[in-house]
Design a protein around this ligand. Structure first.
Ligand code: THU
Length: 136
């Protein structure tokens, strides 16, 4: 169906989504600078607010494996209008993949590409924390 191994990895990760409450399955995959692919799926909790999105699972898995910078992100859900990353995921992706291409795809082969900068203009990150102010 897809020739892009990153999309294929997100499709495969989606199969492991744990979604007994929403039944909305999402798969994500990150590509590191050395070509390693790191997958993630959404994991829901009976305490609903503790649910973790596929994208953040992928980022945190990548960090656990020692990767801090990702150059591409694929996100797959079974929706006609492609599913974009939620606001919380945009923030986390911004911090670890500011220059990344974000590839949205569904199971029918529809694909759209964005940049992280398009999805999160004027993102907040460590630069602000490091900037000295005049003090109070
Ligand atoms: N979800 C993701 O995994 N990624 C997103 O960017 C949007 C939402 C998940 C969270 C929850 O398990 C389900 O989709 C419904 O919100």
């Amino acid at each position: 169906m897809t020739t892009d191994p990153l999309i294929a990895a997100a499709i495969e990760a989606r199969l492991r989504a744990f979604t007994p409450y929403s039944h909305f399955n999402v798969g994500a995959a990150l590509e590191t600078e050395d070509g390693t692919i790191v997958p993630g799926c959404n994991v829901e909790s009976a305490s609903y607010g503790l649910t973790m999105c596929a994208e953040r699972v992928a980022v945190f898995t990548g960090v656990t494996r020692g990767f801090h910078c990702f150059k591409r992100v694929a996100i797959v859900a079974d929706t006609t209008t492609l599913t974009p990353p939620c606001g919380a995921c945009r923030q986390i992706l911004w911090e670890f993949a500011p220059d990344a291409e974000v590839v949205l795809a569904n199971l029918s082969g529809k694909v759209e590409r964005f940049t992280m900068r398009e999805l999160l203009p004027r993102g907040f990150d460590a630069k602000q924390l490091a900037e000295p102010g005049p003090g109070i």
